[in-house]
Write a protein that binds this ligand. Structure first.
Ligand SMILES: [Zn+2]
Length: 160
């Protein structure tokens, strides 16, 4: 039987994190709510929430994460725009971290706390003709980063 992936938290160790996707399995502080947000998720007291952008946006004024949002997307979908990020920031007041996952939940690329491109986590990630940044990231990691053409480094803390 296929063993599901565990969500890779952007800045370990993970706080109580609700994952709204059946592609993952629960482990430690990371709890999967495969049916989406629920009373159980509320009781869990999620400090961070991982899910697709539309799932997370539905939780505006419902959930109050204190740590972070992890926005999961498929490879072929566009990344978070600055407008998306601003909307999330105004709705939740916590930073958003984008993650690109494969159909089996494998992490392909992820955003770190420097919010400057996506660190490529798997050889299966198709970078296409996008720019690849190979210099050391401000977060200290040296893995190549996929830079979206529209992405700009955020020099100020969101909302500042
Ligand atoms: Zn980084």
């Amino acid at each position: 039987m296929l063993r599901r992936a565990v969500l890779s938290y952007p800045i370990p160790p993970a706080p109580r994190t609700a994952v709204l996707s059946a592609l993952f399995r629960s482990k430690g502080n990371v709890r999967v709510f495969a049916g989406g947000w629920s009373e159980d998720a509320v009781r869990f007291g999620a400090q961070s929430i991982a899910g697709r952008l539309e799932q997370i946006e539905e939780l505006r004024s419902i959930a109050s994460p204190t740590h972070a949002l992890i926005v999961l997307r498929w490879e072929w979908e566009p990344g978070l725009s600055l407008e998306d990020r601003d909307r999330l920031w105004h709705a939740f007041g916590v930073p958003a971290f984008e993650q690109v996952i494969a159909a089996n939940g494998e992490l392909l690329a992820f955003e770190c706390e420097a919010h400057c491109g996506l660190h490529i986590a798997s050889r299966r990630f198709a970078a296409g003709d996008h720019e690849i940044e190979r210099s050391r990231c401000a977060c200290g990691k040296t893995s190549p980063r996929w830079i979206e053409r529209t992405a700009r480094p955020r020099t100020a803390v969101a909302g500042g």
